[in-house]
Design a protein around this ligand. Structure first.
Ligand code: DGL
Length: 286
């Protein structure tokens, strides 16, 4: 692999701000790498949309990032990973990593091959059964339960991480999971790590929470090494989240994105731009 290619950034996209939890995990594990993040804030949420729509959005996002010059693409959005990975892989000629496979494999590692595993995710992710398939591929004997938790997304964005309303919604969504008595619970949506404490208290301290973003960062690091794609350039100073080595794009409401980034990460992107990605999926066909 030539040196110039190795020094390209890694692309990350999400339906909006939630993927910043995956960005943080990647940034922490890979200090030599630079990232380009796209949040499709104009069209969020993906979790309630159809397969055809999520595929189209995901292709436009992927082609936009590819056009900026990236060496690898991380699909941080669980819903887009669940529904659109095959189409993305077909369309772009670089390695694509989703969050479902790594999250599912990590859950089996933690719970054991005959473990009891719960998945909390958006409606579209649950209906796709993508986590169930990934977990069964890693262990056919795992026992499974899934729950849709759609209101967790706006609660995380509002920063309602310890309000009584959040606890009562969590109680309603997660009662079935608690009764199932899982060994591990996959946080199968980008926003759920923000509500980690509420979720942990609701399901009980003995349930191990799996952050798919962190599991993905581990697999991205391994893939970079295996493919000889890791950047060899050490940053001159200490890397900070959202510093000017990383570039953030949104499809709408950049100012709101900056505010939520501050809440999620404790810092606002130095480089943040609004872009239009509509029609990028057609570029490769011209
Ligand atoms: N990023 C989405 C996910 O991880 C959550 C928000 C949405 O529904 O778009 O599934």
């Amino acid at each position: 692999m030539n040196q110039e290619h190795k020094e390209l950034p890694i692309g990350i996209f999400d339906s909006g701000v939630g993927g910043l939890t995956v960005y943080r995990a990647l940034h922490d594990r890979l200090p030599n790498e630079r990232f380009i993040y796209l949040g499709d804030t104009a069209r969020v949420p993906y979790g309630t949309k159809s397969l055809a729509t999520v595929e189209r959005y995901a292709l436009e996002n992927s082609q936009f990032l590819t056009s900026r010059g990236i060496k690898m693409l991380v699909v941080a959005c669980n819903t887009a990973s669940a529904l659109a990975l095959p189409k993305i892989r077909e369309a772009i000629g670089i390695d694509v990593v989703g969050v479902i496979g790594p999250g599912g494999r990590r859950a089996v590692e933690v719970a054991g091959s005959k473990g009891r595993i719960a998945v909390a995710a958006t409606e579209a992710t649950v209906l796709s059964n993508a986590y169930a398939d990934a977990i069964r591929r890693a262990s056919p004997d795992a026992e499974l339960i899934q729950a849709e938790c759609p209101l967790f997304v706006p609660l995380a964005e509002e920063g309602w991480t310890s309000e009584p309303e959040t606890f009562s919604i969590a109680e309603k969504y997660l009662a079935g999971i608690r009764a199932f008595g899982p060994d591990a619970l996959v946080l199968g949506c980008t926003h759920y790590p923000i509500l980690r404490d509420v979720i942990q208290q609701t399901v009980g301290a003995n349930v191990k929470l799996i952050d798919s973003g962190e599991a993905t960062a581990v697999e991205v690091a391994e893939l970079l090494e295996a493919k000889n794609l890791a950047s060899a350039t050490e940053p001159s100073g200490k890397r900070r989240l959202c510093d000017d080595l990383d570039h953030f794009f949104v499809t709408d409401a950049a100012e709101r994105f900056g505010r939520i980034a501050e809440r999620f990460l404790g810092s606002t992107p130095s480089k943040l731009e609004a872009v239009e990605v509509f029609g990028y999926d057609k570029l490769s066909k011209q």
